[in-house]
Design a protein around this ligand. Structure first.
Ligand code: PEP
Ligand code: MG
Length: 357
């Protein structure tokens, strides 16, 4: 009812005036972006672009995978570019003049290609199997990975498929040029070594210069090696965003997709952790890597912007940690934004290092 809404708004208003952390949203569509703004998001901290390649556009991704030679590959990319441009225009419009961090595509490949078994069965048994099906099956076999989450993902894919990241950067730049006030930030996923970032950054900077669009270029910190080499990586990054979903997976060596069902209840029983480290940030391990990366990254580049965009960005205890370690912002799903605002305010009022909850 209205009284309650007003009371909540008042409390969040107090939290907003106390907090030092900015609160951004993880949003991939104009609808999500608009919802995030209604909840008080001060920008988008993570716009994942993977979903933009699913649905009807799967055909184009298949064309890209099957491309035989430079010309076919470029044709597939050229077909994707205007679609991407209109995706980004929608999001920039929804966010007004607030920053929008767009992450270049980070797909576990198996989610984009047809299932190996299904396709094998089709090719073996279906009367109307096409030549494309056969070529696709060969590609799926060639690209099959035992551990897709540790495989050809993120920046690795960008380095292996020429023109893929460039297509996205061009679409971002052209979209930003058409939306007055747009503030794009380009984020590279799964970086482990500064050389990966440098090679993408060089190409991206050239495209931005050609289009006369300004955008920050930064990186996810979600592989332990990236955190441990933060000083080097900061030389090539204007911002860091901690991807604590992957960072947790790789620090513990737990598969994000499998472990909860497999043995987490036993671990909870034994008190190895009180809550899943995928829900509440593990301060001793993952948190230590974050501290190292913040400290060494800022020492190398004092104006480095630092945030978090893993699920932990909307978890109360983790928000307190983010405040303590001095991040600039947390980014979380739209529905968790009020909680993040509240906890960021409480963390600031409680003072660094003390916990009043
Ligand atoms: C992460 O790894 O924490 C992250 C935000 O990226 P994704 O969940 O898309 O891998
Ligand atoms: Mg990730």
């Amino acid at each position: 009812d209205d009284d309650l809404v007003r009371a909540v708004d008042r409390i969040l208003g107090h939290a907003d005036s106390a907090r030092r952390l900015l609160v951004r949203a993880n949003a991939d569509t104009p609808e999500d972006a608009a919802r995030a703004r209604r909840f008080g998001a001060q920008g988008i901290g993570l716009c994942r672009t993977e979903h933009m390649f699913l649905g009807e556009r799967r055909q184009l991704v298949e064309d890209l995978v099957l491309a035989d030679g430079e010309e076919e590959r470029q044709a597939a990319l050229d077909a994707l570019e205007p679609l991407q441009k209109s995706d980004f225009i929608g999001i920039f419009k929804a966010m007004g003049g607030d920053p929008v961090t767009i992450r270049l595509i980070d797909p576990p490949l198996h989610e984009f290609l047809p299932d190996l078994v299904d396709l094998s069965v089709k090719v073996a048994t279906s009367p109307d199997v096409t030549d494309k099906d056969r070529r696709l099956l060969a590609a799926v076999k060639r690209l099959h990975e035992a551990n897709p989450m540790l495989g050809l993902r993120g920046v690795r894919l960008g380095l292996v498929i020429p023109g893929l990241f460039a297509m996205q950067v061009r679409a971002i730049a052209q979209a930003a040029a058409e939306v007055p006030g747009a503030r794009p930030e380009i984020m590279i996923p799964l970086v482990a070594a500064v050389q990966e970032l440098e090679s993408v950054r060089e190409e991206a900077s050239r495209i931005l210069a050609e289009t006369g669009v300004e955008a920050l270029i930064g990186t996810m910190i979600e592989v332990p090696r990236a955190a441990l080499t933060a000083a080097q990586i900061a030389e090539a990054a204007q911002f860091f965003s901690f991807g604590t979903n992957d960072l947790t997976q790789m620090t513990w060596g737990f598969s994000r997709d499998d472990v909860e069902a497999a043995f987490f209840s036993r671990y909870l029983e034994l008190g190895i952790f009180g809550v899943s480290p995928f829900e509440t940030l593990d301060r001793d391990g993952v948190g230590r890597l974050i501290r190292i990366a913040v400290e060494e990254g800022r020492a190398a580049r004092p104006d480095l912007h630092v945030g978090i965009c893993g699920e932990h960005g909307g978890d109360p205890d983790s928000v307190h940690f983010c405040h303590e370690v001095g991040l600039d912002y947390v980014s979380c799903s739209p529905f968790r934004i009020p909680v993040a605002r509240l906890e960021a305010g409480r963390a600031a009022l409680a003072g660094i290092g003390s916990d009043t909850r």
